[in-house]
Design a protein around this ligand. Structure first.
Ligand code: PRX
Length: 647
């Protein structure tokens, strides 16, 4: 924890939308009278039919219901495109920077309109209608944004699956939301390496009973793929046959916009459902204030559209604001560790938003790859996805931002739709490692294990006491699970799953997950998912997975594996298990450490004591806590001596 404080630079206080005083006044207004506040803010988007009801929300046990602007009618694609055409048709909407530095493309709002309409018409010709689910499994190419907006234009609900997920993971997501149409590419390209996306889709569909009706394939690399006649079509061929006009379907504010699967403590990933009006208002508003986005700014968020950050802060928030948003296909270290900074110079990026894991990895490569670039265009830096350690924060500030650019450390979740706790660059004094203060309308509370609300400086679990427009509405197809997961631990409050500390200045410091979710390189992973992949291996009898501190990834994946009797542990088997998990879930789930454990510490009732496994993985052998309920205390000593032998 760092005690250093960074004041708001004078230039910032003068040019920003809000200074400290402005923030406080607006925050007070937002929590004092949410109806009036959001009733005004809702007008930042265009409505075909205005809303008369602003907020209709309840966190009541067993009856959670969240509705915002419920009788308003609008369309997200209209707001992200059409309404800008008159004033900024020729302005660049999307700058695309390819994996290969020689490839880039600029798409104006008028071109975006034409591309999205064509994509929508291609979907419409395949019978995609309002309410239908469309799965998108694409790399970071402009067509990913076109496809999202095309769905929104028609009122279809997109479900993007990160292109790093395996065929199995893709299949379970296609099945869960019952999509009949898949949009993919022949291959993806990242860091010079090809990813066989169409082949993965074929393998996934083979696992989906009844298959799917249509697969639309964007040509990216030109690599050979198999096309099934009648089912598969090349996007460019289909797009040639349609016009660039397509009406925007009128959508109710509470009609679904997208589903995005995310991991929790238990079970399979949940389909987080976001709807139309409130989501867009919240994404647009946070994008404007948190990044202090002014007309003409070039804004770059390095996330992938496969994650919520890509949804809210590459596509929907920026485009709703008429911004120029940069989409990057590649990785931070290809062709060299200077890539991010070269892209910033090439496109004169003013606002740059990335993840701590990337910052830590680049920090390890030293200052020189950064210093050799100019970065003079940069004005603001952002961080998202996991706690940023003060050392990485300081390096980001000093070396990347030349001590000139404030850093907004933004805390939020797939479920929250947009940023909830964050500095505002013209208003908030910064403390490295703290996400600082709540955004407008957000009422964070720190509670203890019993649910008692703690006042003043305190540490406990983070809950949010009232609804905000960007909040998820349900788990797709399972409202019971939604209520159980988020509203049962602390009645009448949304439970975030994160722990946090609030300091004397009322600043929030997120300390990480308090459930069985781990955060690996900013990617959320349920330990249960990795465990079930491991036990699916014929040689594995039991597995327990925990996170442990990792220098670059934030957390690494530590797997304790008990083998079937008669199976001998070996280095080969260890590698096989890692490769197995990669295949089952995707490379992001690869265990960093596999420890063969003859037995796992369990209670007498057979429950695995993960707390102890976590401590062993963290090398905190002297601090195991209460072990009196262990069925067989000897198991723990075995695990510790094995862990020590490994070091
Ligand atoms: O633990 C918190 C961490 O990421 C979790 C949410 O992950 P996901 O739904 O994948 O969304 C990531 C992008 C919004 C949170 O529960 N997290 C996210 N941002 C921060 C963070 N932890 C600390 N500081 C942050 N700025």
């Amino acid at each position: 924890m760092s005690e250093k404080i960074y004041d708001v630079p004078t230039a910032w206080a003068q040019r920003a939308f809000l200074d400290d005083h402005g923030y406080r006044a607006k925050y007070e207004a937002s929590v004092h009278d949410p109806e009036a506040f959001w009733g005004e803010e809702g007008k930042r988007i265009d409505w075909f039919e205005p809303y008369t009801v602003v907020k209709n929300t309840s966190f009541a046990p067993g009856a959670v219901s969240i509705k915002w602007f419920e009788d308003g009618v609008t369309n997200v694609a209209w707001n992200c495109i059409d309404r800008h055409l008159e004033t900024r048709g020729d302005q660049v909407a999307i700058i695309w920077e390819g994996d290969d530095p020689s490839q880039s493309r600029k798409i104006t709002y008028q071109e975006l309109h034409d591309e999205v309409c064509r994509f929508a018409n291609v979907l419409r010709n395949r019978n995609v209608e309002k309410g239908d689910r469309v799965t998108i499994y694409l790399p970071m190419i402009p067509e990913a944004a076109f496809a999202m907006l095309a769905c929104a234009r028609l009122g279809a609900v997109h479900s993007i699956v990160f292109a790093g997920f395996s065929p199995d993971s893709l299949a379970s997501r296609i099945r869960d939301c019952d999509s009949k149409v898949i949009i993919t590419a022949d291959e993806g390209l990242r860091g010079g390496r090809k990813v066989p996306l169409k082949a993965n889709v074929d393998a996934a569909i083979a696992k989906v009973e009844g298959g799917v009706d249509h697969v639309i394939v964007v040509k990216r690399t030109g690599g050979a793929v198999e096309m099934e006649p009648g089912r598969d079509v090349w996007y460019h061929a289909a797009a040639d046959l349609v016009t660039s006009e397509c009406p925007a379907t009128p959508m109710n504010a509470e009609d679904p916009l997208f589903i995005l699967y995310t991991s929790g403590s238990t079970g399979t990933p949940k389909g987080v459902l976001h709807t139309t009006g409130g989501y867009l208002v919240y994404a647009a508003m946070t994008h404007q204030y948190v990044f202090d986005y002014h007309d003409g700014d070039i804004y770059w968020c390095t996330a992938d559209v496969g994650w919520v950050t890509g949804h809210s802060y590459i596509v929907y928030g920026p485009l709703a604001n008429g911004a120029t948003t940069l989409m990057f296909e590649g990785v931070p270290n290809y062709p060299t560790n200077s890539r991010f900074w070269e892209v910033i110079d090439k496109h004169q990026v003013n606002i740059f938003y990335t993840a701590p894991t990337a910052i830590r990895a680049l920090m390890q490569a030293g200052d020189e790859p950064v210093r050799k670039t100019s970065r003079a265009s940069l004005r603001l830096l952002g961080s998202v996805g996991e706690p940023i350690n003060p050392e990485a924060w300081e390096w980001y500030h000093r070396v990347v931002g030349d001590d000139r650019c404030p850093i907004v450390d933004t805390w939020w979740q797939t479920e929250t739709g947009g940023i909830l706790i964050t500095p505002l660059p013209g208003a908030t004094r910064l403390k490295p490692g703290s996400a600082t203060q709540p955004f407008f309308g957000i009422v964070p509370q720190v509670v203890d294990a019993e649910g008692k609300v703690l006042e003043g400086a305190s540490e406990g679990n983070l809950v949010i006491a009232d609804s905000w427009p960007g909040q998820m509405r349900t788990v797709y197809g399972d409202h019971e699970r939604f209520m159980q997961t988020y509203f049962s631990a602390y009645p009448n409050k949304y439970f975030t799953g994160d722990g946090c500390r609030r300091d004397d200045d009322g600043y929030y410091w997120i300390t990480g997950r308090v459930d069985d979710v781990i955060n690996v390189s900013g990617h959320r992973m349920g330990t249960a998912e990795v465990e079930s992949a491991l036990v699916a291996h014929p040689k594995v009898s039991e597995a327990a997975v925990v996170g442990y501190p990792h220098d670059i990834k934030g957390q690494g994946i530590y797997a304790y594996v008990t083998l079937m009797s008669g199976v001998e542990p070996s280095e080969e088997l260890r590698k096989e298990l890692v490769a197995w998990v990669r295949r089952e879930i995707g490379p992001i789930a690869s265990p960093d450490l596999v420890q063969f454990a003859p037995g796992l510490p369990k209670t007498r009732s057979g429950k695995i004591m993960r707390r102890i496994l976590r401590k062993i993985a963290e090398d905190e052998f002297g601090n195991l806590g209460d072990t009196s309920t262990l069925a067989d205390p000897g198991v723990v000593n075995d695990l510790i001596s094995q862990r020590q032998n490994k070091k």
